[in-house]
Design a protein around this ligand. Structure first.
Ligand SMILES: [Zn+2]
Length: 45
């Protein structure tokens, strides 16, 4: 599990609350706040 603000590397991450999927394009990108439900916990797909 990852938290908003972490930089876990490029790839797809799913919001643990609503299932929204976001893509980090670069290893230097940080995880956002979920744009749908404002949750801050993610899992890697
Ligand atoms: Zn969400």
């Amino acid at each position: 599990m990852y938290t908003t603000g972490e930089k876990p590397g490029k790839g797809k991450y799913k919001c643990l609350k609503c299932g929204k999927i976001v893509t980090l394009e670069n290893d230097s990108d940080s995880l956002p706040i979920c744009p749908v439900c404002k949750h801050d916990k993610w899992e890697k797909l």
